[in-house]
Each structure stands twice: as C-alpha cells, then as structure tokens.
Design a protein. Sequence first.
Length: 215
Amino acid sequence: MGDQPQTGLRERKKLATREALHEAALRLFAARGYRTTTVADIAAAADVSERTFFRYFRSKEDVALQDVGRLLPQLEEAIQGRPPDEAPLRALLNAFLAVAESAEAPQLALLYSGPPMSWPTPPTQSGARMLTALEAAVAAALLTRPGAPAEPEQDRRFRVLIAARAGFAAFRSALIRFHELGGVEALPAERFVALVREAFALLEDGCRAPSRAPR
C-alpha cells in the first residue's frame, strides 16, 4: 500500500512528459512546418533528450497522428446516423464531410511525403496501419447501418464493400491532393473539405475530364 502514491506520481510524470512532447511538436509543426521539424527539435522544445522522446513515440509521425484515432468513432457514428435509404457511396460522402472539418482529419495528409506534384510515397508502417483501420471501420459501419434494404447477404456485402473501398480511395486522393497543395502547414481545413467533395463528385461522374467550351 505504501508505494501506491509513488506509483501514481510516476504515471503522472509519464503522462506529463508525453503531453509536453505532443504540444511541442504541434507548436513546431505550425511554426516551422512538419517536414523541416526534427525529432531533436521536438525533444529540445519539450526539454527532454531524444532518447526520452523515443520512449514515448516511435517517430515524429506518431506524434502528429496521436489524435487521429479519434476519427474512428466519429466516422462510425456519422455513417450509422445517415438515413437508411441513402445510397452507400452518398452516405459515406456525407459521413466524411461530417468529420473532415475536425482538427484531426486534415492531419492525415502528413502520412504523405515527397515534393509537390510527385507521385506520393506510401505511408510508413504506422501510417499504413491507421489507413487500414479507417478503411475497415468504414466498411463495417456501412455493413451494419440500420434499416438496410432486404437482399441476399452476399450481394449486399459485395455492393457495400465496393462503395466503402471506392469511397475511401476518393478520401485518400483528397488527402494526397491536400498535401500536394501545401497541407496543414499552408491551407485551412475548409480547403480539405472542398477537396473531399470534389473527389467524390469525380468518382460519381466516372472521373471524366470536364468538357471544353466550343471555340
């Protein structure tokens, strides 16, 4: 019983150090930009060593995406709340729009690196896991949406999974485009919301090029 207060104090110190690293990283990302901020910069701003940093985070990407996990329940709730007669792809668009304005959503663009206008490099392992988790949450939420129309289960599953995967690809494309245009370092969240709308509109239109006005 005697060491319980000491144990509690150690845990509070760990939480305080982790939060200090997170806050320092966000301040530096805002001031200097994500790409130019190093782990050494973050550790120094939080007044700890790089070795201490790596006790709490595997990379600066992990710091940036610490809050992104909050998107999962938000997205699931938004999908579940769409009207039962709404087509899966439209329901997914409206759900994505509901979460796109959150502070965490545009930060997903940090998963993509490389110079503007280049083919984006794949996310790192932790980033790929986050995207996989989001895609799985999207599919599961669409499949369990209340009031689904009566049809053979296998047919419905195939139809809904196509919508989930295609819709998530459109969302990822909006993230990539957001990154290419400057990302969270240069653009407001409203620009990301507009790109999500544009990506789904292109998907629903068959990704056709706009027709040219006659000369």
